[in-house]
Design a protein around this ligand. Sequence first.
Ligand SMILES: Nc1ncnc2c1ncn2[C@@H]1O[C@H](COP(=O)(O)OP(=O)(O)OP(=O)(O)O)[C@@H](O)[C@H]1O
Ligand SMILES: [Mg+2]
Length: 235
Amino acid sequence: MNSQYATLLDNGPLIQVNRLSKSYSNGHGVISILRGISLEINLGEMVAVMGPSGSGKSTFLFILGLLLPASSGDYYFLGQDVLNLSRADQADFRRRRVGFVFQNCDLFENSTVYENLEFPLIYAQIERQERPEHIVAALERVNLANRLHHPANLLSGGERQRVAVARALVNQPQVILADEPTGQLDRQNGIMVMDYFNRIVSGGETSMVIVTHDPQVAARCHRVFSLEDGLLHEN
Ligand SMILES: Nc1ncnc2c1ncn2[C@@H]1O[C@H](COP(=O)(O)OP(=O)(O)OP(=O)(O)O)[C@@H](O)[C@H]1O
Ligand SMILES: [Mg+2]
């Protein structure tokens, strides 16, 4: 851990969100989805967010990943005000700090597992010769190093989800934002993915926010929140 980073950690939580709100305009008016969310997440913490369909869970994750702008509120990441970064610095933040596991695990179907994991590294300007090491290390964490050159469209459902997890890990992000990462998995694969997640955060250098409908997934997180009527409550 470099000294600048260690100093930042001394200054407080990894993520600090204050009174975050988000409204969408849908043609007939403005609908308020998030109505003042405040939350702190420390490094090494795994947090679950539950809540009814349409309550704004994906919206909240997208804002944390700077994939969507907030309507108002503050968001500090390692003490830095990230909502007010320039567009270029926000893109840099997404490339280096955040790993995303999307709700539908959107792999590039006609590419190999290797190519799917190489994409975020290219985007983060990691040199070609350094990429295999990162890719193999991430796949080893989800027990899929034996599928390195497999086309994505020939993977099983469980394997696809594990590749999506490895892709979120490959840049060694400080936070992984996972939207229903076990939603389409059978019980055994769901447990396997949660085992990987628990191992990843146990190193203490990565945090996780997991959106889930599954109480068994939530039970394996350090803290569990419910998002309802635009507000977040700790369970
Ligand atoms: N771009 C948009 N414009 C207008 N409304 C939107 C937009 N994106 C999302 N919404 C609405 O915001 C609400 C919250 O959506 P979101 O996807 O965050 O819900 P969710 O909690 O993730 O639901 P699910 O559990 O079904 O995935 C929904 O009612 C949705 O229709
Ligand atoms: Mg969603």
